[in-house]
Design a protein around this ligand. Structure first.
Ligand SMILES: [Zn+2]
Length: 215
């Protein structure tokens, strides 16, 4: 089963992705990780991507799709969660045809619906472990160790882009960049919306139901 998770920054998408990976047999595909892996493996397509990046250029869609294809072929049938990809309608279309060629498909596209006011509150309170990346919240999920991570003792910091003045801009960017992709999937009646303003456990139950994993 392959999934695409789409959600604005702070929509809880990352948390839900982790929950799916912990409970079920998913691997997460983020384009950053795929790029880094291909470059360190010095694969042909990885080197092509590196050429563009070294010149400060965006990696073109066809190269990105080739990287994704390569990555998926190495997951030996594991379920993949796409996070932050596809970013554009063109990428969405290329992804569909690449999967089709490999007799695979995207089974579910989950969109994390948000309320912007609640989201701002959620984001400004967020603290991230500087070592392991664990996410806390000053109100809803404080660390029992204060300013340190419960898991690894790393210091908790507020990411620069979780600061209030930056958030409005990030939401506008998300809307601008991802809006057309959301409409593309909605038009194909493939988009399933979950209300991500609820507690993470409740959101997770909604997702399990969508994926037909709930008992
Ligand atoms: Zn930590």
């Amino acid at each position: 089963m392959n999934l695409i998770l789409i959600g604005a920054p702070g929509s809880g998408k990352g948390t839900q992705s982790r929950l799916l990976i912990d409970k079920y047999n998913f691997v997460q595909l983020s384009t950053g990780d795929v790029l880094r892996a291909a470059i360190s493996a010095k694969s042909d397509v990885g080197m092509t991507a590196k050429c563009y990046m070294d010149q400060g250029k965006l990696v073109p869609d066809d190269v990105m799709i080739a990287l994704v294809e390569d990555y998926m072929s190495k997951q030996s049938g594991k379920s993949v969660i796409f996070d932050g990809f596809p970013r554009t309608v063109a990428q969405a279309e290329s992804l569909d045809s690449m999967l089709k060629k490999n007799a695979a498909r995207i089974d579910h596209i989950v969109y994390f619906k948000i309320n912007p006011q609640i989201l701002v509150k959620r984001l400004t309170g967020r603290r991230t472990c500087s070592q392991c990346g664990e996410i806390y919240h000053v109100e809803t999920k404080p660390s029992s160790k204060g300013h340190l991570c419960e898991k690894c003792g790393g210091s908790l910091t507020q990411r620069a882009d979780d600061k209030e003045e930056v958030i409005g801009e990030r939401l506008a960017q998300f809307e601008k960049n991802t809006g057309p992709t959301i409409e593309f999937y909605r038009g194909q009646k493939r988009l399933v919306e979950v209300d991500s303003m609820q507690e993470p456990e409740v959101v997770f139950k909604q997702i399990e139901k969508v994926l037909d994993l709930a008992n």
